[in-house]
Design a protein around this ligand. Structure first.
Ligand code: SF4
Length: 255
């Protein structure tokens, strides 16, 4: 069962070690006690978590004219999925092959949010496939989890930007209500945000990924208080494998 607090464990099982080697990490660098990101485990003065009150009205889809005109409701994941697949709220609808709504357990302990579908995800209509998906699987196994067990996967925006370019602010803003509604319906116990655009879309602001990784963040909306961990996107890690150890640090906070 995933703890709501973000404690760091100090041991690594043989199975986790095997997956760490697959990640390219030979030594499970664990935070020194003085370097821990968990204030409760440190002698250092307690630092208040960043409290983000992101309370906004549940979307009745101001961005999706088809849902409004048909009287569509977004109070179930199935209904939300239908609306998202018809969405034309931003220009990405003209470039997509398929909308990638999300996939996984509908009562998740962990909800993982990436940035945007890439080409192979656009073709398959599923999040986190191909090499980035394989690396994500290895990341999850390194903390004793897998995508089939109480995990839901999605992206900040649901349609592929052509040429795998970065999503634009207006595209992130147009799609954000869907993400907020997914969280409200799924009520995960923890959120893992992969990459700067995923973090900015949900949390707002323009903090660097490094700054976000160092913060204790609570997502607050609609009565929910969900701990958030921000780390690198698997696609970035494929280009910068030397950052895998940093991700290992970050994922410890989900244990
Ligand atoms: S990216 Fe989001 S807002 Fe834009 S068309 Fe796709 S579903 Fe709609």
């Amino acid at each position: 069962m995933m703890a709501a607090n973000l404690n760091t464990k100090s041991t690594v099982s043989a199975l986790q070690m095997a997956w760490l080697r697959e990640l390219g990490i030979e030594k499970p660098w664990l935070p020194e006690p003085t370097q821990t990101k968990n204030p409760a485990a440190s002698d250092a003065p307690v630092q208040r978590p960043t409290e983000l009150n992101l309370s906004r009205p549940l979307v009745k889809s101001p961005v999706v004219t088809t849902a409004q005109s048909s009287g569509g409701s977004l109070d179930t994941m199935a209904a939300l999925g239908e609306v998202v697949t018809q969405c034309q709220a931003c220009g990405l609808c003209q470039e997509r092959e398929q909308v990638v709504v999300g996939a996984g357990d509908l009562q998740p302990e962990l909800m993982i949010i990436g940035e945007a579908p890439a080409d192979h995800e656009d073709r398959q209509g599923k999040p986190f496939v191909g090499k980035p998906g394989q690396l994500l699987d290895n990341m999850l196994r390194a903390i004793g989890r897998d995508r089939a067990s109480r995990v839901y996967l999605t992206n900040a925006i649901k349609c592929r930007p052509s040429g795998n370019r970065s999503p634009r602010p207006e595209e992130l803003a147009a799609c954000r209500p869907f993400l907020v509604q997914q969280i409200a319906l799924l009520r995960p116990k923890a959120l893992l945000l992969l990459g700067r655009f995923a973090a900015h879309s949900l949390l707002g602001g323009e903090d660097s990924l490094q700054a976000l990784r160092d913060k204790a963040i609570i997502y607050r909306s609609e009565g929910l208080e969900i701990p958030v961990v921000v780390t690198y996107n698997p696609s970035y890690l494929l280009r910068r494998p030397e950052e895998k150890a940093s991700v290992w640090f970050d994922l410890q906070r989900l244990l």
